[in-house]
Design a protein around this ligand. Structure first.
Ligand code: ADP
Length: 692
């Protein structure tokens, strides 16, 4: 989009040049120059005159003869000799020109011989010259029709609507220049003609004589200043200029006259209600037919909205900067050409990199600075290099940095989008998490210690309870036996809970080691089933197991894998009503994707599924089930005992084995939990071997 102010200035300059031209040839030459300057794609311009033509001319045969008065052609040969007759216009076209509407032919090839717009002769002549798109505008002043201006191109579809309006405006100005000769040296007519030209434009156009007395005042000015033209004509223009701007404005108009050129700039105006408003202004001199200056024209555009937008934008920028600076995170931002667009104070002090050597500099320059510094970790450069060019992903992680102490930095990076949805760059943020990590370790260590300390006495309580129940301490009554069974049941629950907590703390601390060996899937499932048989039979739940034949051995930590299956089976039983059924299946999967999941899997693998006909899980809970301590609302409402740790442990164990776990469920209908155990070495050579 061209700057509208540039366009106004171009137009003002062109109009000015046309206005100061002293004869017909000069007027046409200035008009041609203005058009070719503005639209470099144009190949040919023809100005033709019709001495006797009138706007209401519609001859019986609808033909008018025009005489070519000037031709410009990009290729050396003129399209038409000056003075030659020029049959162009037929009746209906004449009507449109008479109405002041330009004739536009966007592509000659798309017109036909019967096209009312253009006669055959002209089509042929244009085709010979290779002109395929054209605009014809009338040279018209009020009811006096002087001629026409034909602007042609050798490419089709060469004109935009805004250009056509501009040509019309220039043609109007040229027509004024042409009539001026007939109006002799009448200054008033020049001023009136200039004022007429701008009478209906949407912005203020005021002309003055050389004494700065207003000579014309257009409709837009009447509205903006809330006065009528009659009230203003004859008054000094200074009444519209706030006192502090008068000297400067006076100087501009003097310079415009002395240097014979248009000037532009920003100033202020004052309306009838004493309200001062900013304007953008173009001032140019007016001349009579002999080139003598007779006045000044000024064209102003109310700038309040523009200034307001600028202030709002500046305020917004200040706000964003303040937010950026007050963030405790170190932030650096890149634009789409991988240049640093912003870096906050924290970034500067975190990495001891001066912002002023960063902002507006490229990623490469930043990387160089990082690599030159021994105290900055290679991870920092690697993260930037990996993600700056990434259009889509958000990423996060942490790395260590050794300054005088070891520090842990947590980082994240995300693409940044403007409101319009267009990506504008990428942001990186860094946070010092040293303290946080230390506290986390302390917590894990504490929980681990307490759990260990609780485990020993609890194991002892259970051991002695068993001894008493077995009669090793002598005979016991039926009531005592019942009480002891309750003690044993709850001790078992406590021990299970403590073991879960211990597992979680080991996983978190990265201290869990797998002791792997090769085992048969069937044997793992059988051992896990032992842990639930008592409960399922109490609740009359049906148990069914389908293990595909000839499954390869799996390389797993037997104890942990049994724990995974037992945990899922335990849940299936716990969350299924009495009389329901539970199915375990195991099969080999070779090809992804599986219908059951969109998760990316390491294949080939053994897939184990545990299905139940239980209470099911609501969609909102599905994605959260595997997080620590999460329990679905319906189980907490029904007060089913549990901790919400089981599935978190299952997930960790499965992932430690390289597998994935997921769930499918429908509320009220039942759930299916699946997990995979990837096969090492493709799994094909593992059919025989040791079983567990
Ligand atoms: P817990 O069973 O001790 O609450 P888990 O981590 O094993 O903890 O399970 C988390 C939650 O997932 C449970 O509280 C329950 O809401 C839901 N859940 C797990 N398995 C099933 C299942 N088979 N059917 C329905 N809901 C289940």
């Amino acid at each position: 989009m061209p700057d509208p102010y540039d366009l106004i200035e171009q137009l003002a300059n062109a109009a000015h040049r046309i206005a100061v031209s002293t004869d017909t040839t000069a007027v046409l030459q200035a008009t041609f120059d203005a058009i070719t300057n503005y639209a470099p794609q144009i190949d040919c311009i023809v100005a033709a005159g019709a001495e006797s033509a009138k706007s209401d001319t519609t001859d019986a045969d609808h033909v008018i003869h025009w005489t070519v008065s000037a031709v410009w052609d990009r290729q050396t040969e003129p399209a038409l000799a000056s003075g030659s007759a020029f049959d162009l216009l037929q009746g209906s076209l004449l009507d449109s020109l008479a109405r002041g509407e330009p004739l536009v032919i966007t592509a000659l090839a798309e017109t036909t011989n019967d096209d009312p717009k253009i006669d055959e002769d002209t089509r042929r002549r244009l085709a010979e010259k290779g002109l395929v798109s054209l605009v014809v505008v009338a040279l018209n002043v009020h009811d006096q029709w002087l001629g026409l201006l034909l602007i042609g191109c050798r490419q089709p579809h060469s004109f935009e609507a805004s250009e056509i309006r501009l040509y019309q405006l220039l043609a109007d100005q040229a027509a004024l220049g042409l009539v001026r000769h007939r109006l002799a040296q009448n200054a008033a007519a020049v001023i009136k003609a200039a004022a007429d030209m701008f009478h209906d434009v949407g912005d203020c156009m005021i002309t003055t004589d050389l004494n700065r007395i207003i000579t014309s005042f257009n409709a837009a000015a009447e509205i903006r200043y809330d006065v009528t033209a009659t009230q203003m004509i004859g008054k000094p223009i200074s009444v519209l200029i706030p006192p502090h701007c008068r000297a400067e404005n006076e100087l501009w108009s003097q310079l415009a006259v002395q240097q014979n050129r248009a000037l532009r700039g920003e100033t202020e105006r004052i309306d009838k209600h004493r309200q001062i408003f900013p304007v953008y202004m173009v001032v140019w001199p007016l001349h009579n037919g002999t080139g003598r200056p007779v006045g000044v024209a000024e064209f102003t555009i109310d700038n309040s909205a523009h200034l307001h937008i600028q202030t709002v934008l500046q305020d917004e920028r200040d706000l964003y900067e303040a937010i950026l600076e007050s963030s405790p995170e170190a932030i650096v931002m890149f634009n789409m050409t991988q240049q640093v667009t912003a870096a906050n104070l924290q970034f500067e002090s975190f990495f001891q990199l001066s912002r002023y050597k960063l902002v507006q500099h490229t990623l490469d320059e930043l990387i160089q600075q990082i690599r030159q510094r021994e105290d900055l970790p290679a991870d920092l450069a690697n993260i930037l290099l990996t993600f700056v060019g990434d259009m889509y992903q958000s990423a996060a992680g942490d790395f260590e940095m050794l300054t005088n102490v070891r520090r842990v930095l947590v980082w994240y990076s995300t693409p940044v989008y403007a409101n319009s949805g267009v990506q504008v760059g990428r942001l990186f943020a860094f946070r010092d998490a040293t303290q946080e990590r230390a506290v986390d370790h302390m917590k894990t260590d504490f929980v681990s210690l307490v759990s260990h300390e609780l485990n020993t006495p609890l194991t002892s309580i259970r051991g002695f309870t068993d001894l008493i129940l077995d009669g090793d301490a002598g005979g016991i009554s039926g009531t005592v036996r019942e009480y002891l069974k309750v003690i044993k049941f709850n001790t078992d629950r406590l021990i299970a809970l403590i073991n879960d907590v211990l597992d979680i703390t080991r996983i978190e601390a990265g201290r869990l080691v797998l002791h792997r060996d090769l085992y048969e899937v069937q044997s793992l499932i059988d051992k896990a089933l032992l842990s639930v048989l008592a409960v399922t039979s109490t609740h009359q739940q049906q148990l069914q197991v389908t293990v595909a034949p000839d499954l390869p051995l799996v390389w797993v930590d037997q104890h942990r894998m049994i724990q995974v299956i037992a945990n899922l089976l335990g849940n299936a039983s716990k969350y299924t009503n009495s009389g329901g059924s539970i199915t375990v299946e195991a099969r080999m999967v070779i090809d992804s994707p599986l219908p059951e999941t969109s998760t990316v899997l390491l294949l080939p693998a053994i897939l184990i599924g545990i299905h139940d006909t239980g209470i099911g899980i609501a969609p909102k809970d599905l994605s959260l089930l595997f997080t620590r301590f999460y329990r679905a609302e319906q189980v907490t409402l029904q007060q089913v005992a549990g901790t919400g740790l089981g599935l978190a442990i299952v997930k960790s164990f499965v992932e430690l084995h390289g597998g994935q776990v997921w769930v499918q469920s429908e509320l009220g209908l039942g759930s299916s939990f699946y997990f995979t155990i990837p096969l090492v070495g493709g799994g094909h050579d593992l059919h025989s071997g040791r079983g567990g």
